[in-house]
Design a protein around this ligand. Structure first.
Ligand code: HEM
Length: 97
């Protein structure tokens, strides 16, 4: 087993750490599902630009939807970065040393 998976397996036996990891996993899962919306809106924007409409919406409709959906994604990504911040700081040490 790779070391990161091993660390997670060990964390499962520590109730406090387990709870933290569960929150992180739930948030990342929400982000993954929300990403499907990003794909839909991006594809819709491209197709409606080419053929006028897509699923009854024109390009402006998609761009408006994109602006609003972008706010939701920004919010989720900020939470995602915050919950992964310490791991990221540790990874950054690899770049500087
Ligand atoms: C749809 C969008 C995204 C998905 C599905 C996603 C998914 C993941 C997953 C599965 C992990 C592993 C750890 C965990 O489960 O929390 C992770 C880690 C991380 N993500 Fe994301 N992520 C997304 C977007 C982003 C964005 C936009 C950023 C930064 C601007 C970001 C920054 C990070 C950082 C800093 C980590 C921890 C360090 C690392 O594992 O390299 N993520 N992400």
């Amino acid at each position: 087993m790779d070391p990161i998976s091993k660390a997670i397996e060990e964390a499962k036996n520590n109730p406090k750490l387990r709870k933290k990891l569960r929150i992180k996993a739930a948030l990342t899962t929400v982000l993954m599902i929300a990403f499907l919306g990003v794909i839909f809106i991006t594809v819709g924007t491209v197709i409606s630009a080419r053929q006028g409409t897509f699923l009854g919406m024109n390009q402006l409709d998609f761009l408006r939807l994109r602006a609003r959906y972008g706010l939701l994604m920004m919010f989720l990504i900020i939470l995602h970065i915050a919950t992964n911040w310490r791991i990221y700081r540790k990874e950054l040490e690899l770049l500087s040393g």
